[in-house]
Design a protein around this ligand. Structure first.
Ligand SMILES: Cc1cc2nc3c(=O)[nH]c(=O)nc-3n(C[C@H](O)[C@H](O)[C@H](O)COP(=O)(O)O)c2cc1C
Length: 178
């Protein structure tokens, strides 16, 4: 596979995203998710749980009461960012987020400390002193399904190369100025 071709660079993007779901040390494990909040753009790190190249979809999990979930309900436009230093590859993605209930069986399989990420005090609300963990609530286990519309790949090889791929063009890409 060669990153010197449009398809080669796109293959490389999906390969890195796939590795992010399997390897906790791969930088694609922790994409930055951008939403549109009442005061402007909002960014935060999430764990990349699943990718589906055929569907152009990335799956993330969050607390249904979290501000990001409310922001997505108001405006489902999202962007994601990943920087893979070893590959010198920046991946920028935009799309529409769909909120879907988490799988109760998957929730039941989580250790209690992971379940606790989906429950208790609403993220970002004031708490008294150090926050002590509550128990998790399966009803707050939420999937964020990001249906991608564009992927923008910047490969800092020499010379730099950058391509934009669009879902509505069946992921055909075009080279753009880096
Ligand atoms: C390494 C790392 C991984 C994280 N993974 C998640 C995650 O998978 N889901 C999540 O909701 N928050 C995750 N967080 C916490 C979020 O970044 C954020 O602080 C929290 O979800 C509240 O975001 P919000 O106020 O924008 O809703 C993670 C934070 C870090 C630093």
């Amino acid at each position: 596979m060669s990153d010197e071709t449009l398809i080669g660079l796109l293959d490389s993007v999906w390969q890195h995203l796939g590795r992010g779901t399997a390897d906790r040390h791969h930088p694609a494990r922790h994409p930055t998710l951008a939403t549109i909040g009442p005061e402007g753009p909002e960014l935060r790190t999430l764990v990349l749980r699943r990718v589906d190249r055929a569907a152009g979809e990335l799956e993330l999990h969050t607390d249904a009461e979290s501000p990001k979930a409310l922001q997505i309900k108001d405006d489902p436009r999202v962007a994601l960012h990943v920087w893979v230093p070893k590959a010198r590859l920046q991946i920028r993605m935009r799309g529409q987020a769909i909120l879907a209930a988490g799988d109760p069986a998957a929730f039941a399989n989580l250790p209690p400390e992971a379940q606790a990420n989906y429950g208790g005090a609403v993220p970002g609300t004031p708490v008294l002193g150090l926050f002590s963990r509550d128990t998790g609530d399966a009803a707050r286990f939420l999937r964020i399904l990001c249906r991608l519309k564009t992927i923008d790949a910047l490969d800092l090889s020499d010379p730099h190369r950058r391509a934009i791929y669009r879902a509505d063009a069946d992921w055909a890409g075009e080279w753009v100025a880096p």
